[in-house]
Design a protein around this ligand. Structure first.
Ligand code: ACO
Length: 431
């Protein structure tokens, strides 16, 4: 740490400062500008955080040019092929892969926290039947703060641990209850004999009047999608969780803030938007017209599921999901899936187009995920909820890392003010 320096000079006054350069274990160095305001009386300006590292972290590493994604050092491809979502959640939270005994104990703890307080379930009744499930999920997670007071002392390790397990355990139950509310069907209680994803599918699709058998292929496909979505360093929703959490707020409220940030179409909401887009395009013959509109800035259309702030070569998650699409659709007997074929063709045409090549725009994690969700029978409004369930592991790991850092400061950015200068109030009669 601190080996190199950057010299910053105010050319008007010739005042200079030597700024420390900090090096991580891999990835670009960062210039420590913390003293800039004190020494020079200026702020830095970086809307959208194009060049700003907001924190130090040991959890997830992305090399956007090489298409590399590591969770605690392990490549996403290896985890996708050999691990499962709960083991990955443990890895994100604890930093190391668990022994068999530790994984067993973690899995048991998650399984034992899946139920919701009965009063909490009554809150769903206040939502209109057509409320978007993300609105319900964000609200119910925030409401957990009103029910689970035994986990809100954020300085207590055990409180933090129970909170983390509760979030990962309860978010599928919360999502399933939202779905059942929208359908007008009775809530289905979690089943502790099922694995994480099978239990979730059971809560979504079972009804009390007949047995429901979870298809292991569906559960496996979901588990893989969850591994791929589990964390992604300081993305918008994770940064939201960290920013809210840095105030010392109730941790459930911080996670709820993350759910809300994830909902936007530029972030996790893209998976829903991709399917809308594919359906609107309708047929391969319409792709050239659609891409012409995307390239015409005045039309304001984007190729949803394409582009990423960090990946400028390929998104390794998109590659894995595309491969899985082939497998899942083949196993489900949907080899001729028109939306998947359209998406493949759209990708092929876009990747040969100068507009996308010059801007380094490639399919991201959301380009193909909706096609799998749809094939598994997950309704479209739940796509982003599925993302939230998976990302809950990353959110709690990142929140834990932040709260346990003794140097934690409230996240409080500054601004470049361009509004009116000081002026006197004019009473309404004189305006
Ligand atoms: N379609 C068409 N043009 C695009 C797209 C796209 N999907 N994405 C970026 N561009 C263009 C921009 O218009 C801009 O062009 P310009 O230089 O001529 O002005 C250039 O590429 C750079 O784009 P920015 O918006 O500046 O890139 P940024 O890093 O801020 O945005 C983002 C990244 C939000 C992901 C963007 O690519 C996008 O909107 N993609 C579509 C939505 C999407 O799929 N989001 C999911 C992202 S993954 C995730 O969050 C899980």
């Amino acid at each position: 740490m601190g080996k190199a320096k950057y010299r910053l000079t105010n050319l008007a006054t010739s005042k200079s400062s030597d700024l420390d350069v900090l090096s991580g274990t891999i990835g670009p160095d960062v210039v420590d500008i913390g003293s800039l305001w004190h020494d020079h009386g200026v702020f830095t300006y970086d809307p959208g955080f194009m060049s700003t590292a907001s924190t130090e972290s040991r959890i997830t590493y992305i090399d956007g040019d090489a298409g590399v994604l590591l969770y605690r050092g392990y490549p996403i491809e290896q985890l996708a092929a050999q691990s499962n979502f709960l083991e990955v959640s443990y890895l994100l939270l604890k930093g190391e892969l668990p022994s068999a005994a530790k994984l067993d104990s973690f899995t048991r703890s998650i399984t034992r926290h899946t139920m919701l307080n009965q009063s909490l379930l009554r809150l769903y009744g206040g939502f209109h039947h057509n409320a978007h499930p993300m609105a319900m999920v964000a609200a119910i997670i925030a409401s957990l703060a009103a029910f689970y007071h035994d986990t809100t002392n954020i300085t207590d390790d055990r409180h933090r641990e129970i909170f983390s397990h509760r979030i990962i355990a309860k978010i599928p139950t919360i999502a399933a209850a939202a779905y059942k509310h929208a359908l007008g069907q009775p809530f289905v209680y979690p089943r502790n004999d099922l694995d994480y994803c099978s239990n979730m599918l059971h809560m979504f699709f079972a009804v009390p009047c007949e047995p429901y058998v979870v298809d292991p292929l569906h559960a496996k496909a979901l588990d893989l999608l969850f591994i791929l979505h589990a964390d992604h360093e300081q993305n918008a929703s994770t940064s939201t969780v960290r920013l809210a959490g840095s105030t010392g707020c109730n941790p459930y409220a911080a996670i709820s803030a993350g759910v809300s940030a994830l909902w936007g179409p530029a972030h996790g909401g893209a998976n829903e938007a991709v399917l809308d887009m594919l359906e609107k395009i309708g047929d391969v013959s319409h792709v050239p017209d659609f891409l012409a509109r995307v390239k015409d800035k005045a039309a304001g259309a984007r190729l949803m599921g394409f582009g990423h702030r960090v990946y400028k070569n390929f998104d390794p998650r998109a590659k894995l999901i595309r491969e899985m699409c082939h497998k899942v659709l083949a196993k489900l007997g949907q080899t001729e899936n028109p939306l998947f074929e359209l998406a493949l063709k759209l990708e092929e045409i876009a990747l040969k187009d100068e507009y996308f090549i010059s801007r380094k725009l490639y399919p991201n994690v959301d380009f193909y995920s909706g096609i799998i969700y749809r094939a598994l029978g997950i309704p479209r409004p739940l796509f982003t909820v599925m993302f939230a369930i998976a990302r809950s592991a990353g959110w709690v790991a990142q929140w834990q890392e932040m709260i346990s850092d003794p140097t934690l400061k409230i996240a409080r950015p500054r601004q470049l003010y361009t509004g009116p200068v000081l002026r006197d109030y004019v009473p309404v009669k004189k305006r």
